[in-house]
Design a binder for this molecule. Structure first.
Ligand SMILES: Cc1cc2nc3c(=O)[nH]c(=O)nc-3n(C[C@H](O)[C@H](O)[C@H](O)COP(=O)(O)O)c2cc1C
Length: 168
């Protein structure tokens, strides 16, 4: 178990990182990020996912062009595509793989590796580049790189009083 205060501080301290060092990420660290993904809970334990680790510069550049903004993908040493297998869990594939992405992001942060959830992209084009089929939904492409420069200031969060109600 982890000290609760330490975990909360860790969760509060995470940031989306969009500027990375070009330095390659150690294979052991990539493995840990993948392991964190593999151990994600899923509905009926169906694990409706596959991961593609992309280190090839040409592919990273092609994928960067699919992003609506944040062309930062072209600078990263590695990205992981999280693929949801639709038929494996037609009702829950989006939720299960979204949880995977969070596990991976937190693992990366603990290693001093920055990432950012990429939502805005031309998915069809990115799917084509990755050779994905109709049963495969490209949830996101997570870029991973050692953080370059200052860690960004925290983004705003709604106050608990605004988002919580109690039934006692
Ligand atoms: C579903 C989802 C989609 C997102 N899409 C993008 C994106 O396309 N490009 C980007 O730069 N950031 C994207 N983000 C990152 C958010 O902008 C970021 O998490 C939010 O502003 C809070 O900042 P923080 O992660 O530093 O706490 C996305 C985050 C989520 C959860």
């Amino acid at each position: 178990m982890i000290e609760p205060e330490i975990l909360l501080e860790f969760l509060r301290g995470r940031r989306s990182i969009r500027v990375y060092q070009a330095k390659p990420i150690k294979d052991m660290e990539i493995k840990m990020i993948l392991e964190a993904g593999r151990w994600t809970p899923s509905a009926s334990n169906r694990q409706p996912w596959e991961f593609i680790v992309i280190k090839n510069k040409e592919y990273l550049l092609k994928l960067a062009k699919c992003l609506s903004y944040g062309r930062f993908m072209k600078e990263v040493p590695v990205a992981i595509a999280i693929i949801a297998k639709i038929k494996t869990s037609p009702k829950w594939y989006l939720i299960d793989t979204s949880l995977v992405s969070m596990n991976m992001m937190l693992m990366a942060w603990s290693l001093g590796i920055g990432t950012c959830w990429i939502g805005a992209m031309n998915r069809e084009k990115a799917k084509e580049i990755l050779g994905l089929g109709a049963n495969e939904h490209l949830l996101t492409l997570l870029p991973f790189g050692y953080i370059k420069g200052e860690i960004p200031e925290p983004t705003a969060r709604k106050q608990l009083e605004k988002i919580v109600s109690y039934i006692e």
